[in-house]
Design a binder for this molecule. Structure first.
Ligand SMILES: [Zn+2]
Ligand SMILES: [Zn+2]
Ligand SMILES: [Zn+2]
Ligand SMILES: [Zn+2]
Ligand SMILES: [Zn+2]
Length: 139
């Protein structure tokens, strides 16, 4: 069942998605038109449609322009879009934009002011915030 972690087949500047749909130009396209999976330009791994981060080398795909960016940059090198995932300042781990708690250390990010709080904090310690852990984000 580890088939989903296959690398793209490549030839003559083209690559083919694991779904078998056509060949795409390496420089022009990193997303498969057939199934929407995307190819990491660094390690050639084919990633699932709804993931933003390459499962192998952890570099990430810009949600706006589709550029594949390096692991440690937080703004897209091409269009300047900020990464939608958030980085835990303590363990340096990137977490899903909708996740409240860090997957690595379980500290939690305030949904209102985005301050990263200690695991056992019941209220946000961010400046003038103090909202409870389970507050609903506005908007
Ligand atoms: Zn595909
Ligand atoms: Zn990769
Ligand atoms: Zn971008
Ligand atoms: Zn963390
Ligand atoms: Zn807060």
């Amino acid at each position: 069942m580890s088939e989903a972690t296959e690398a793209a087949e490549t030839r003559d500047g083209m690559w083919q998605c694991v779904c078998g749909n056509g060949w795409w130009n390496k420089n022009a396209r990193s997303t498969c038109e057939g199934c929407g999976r995307w190819k990491c330009s660094r390690c050639q791994k084919i990633n699932e449609v709804d993931v933003e981060e390459c499962a192998k080398c952890k570099c990430w795909k810009c949600s706006r322009c589709q550029k594949i960016n390096e692991v440690d940059v937080e703004e897209c090198a091409k269009c300047g879009e900020t990464r939608t995932m958030w980085r835990c300042l303590d363990c340096k781990r990137f977490n899903d934009q909708y996740a409240i708690s860090c997957e690595g250390c379980e500290r939690w990010r305030c949904p209102l002011c985005l301050h990263i709080n200690e695991v056992d904090a019941g209220e946000c310690a961010g400046d003038g915030c103090g909202c409870p852990k389970d507050a609903e984000p506005e908007g």
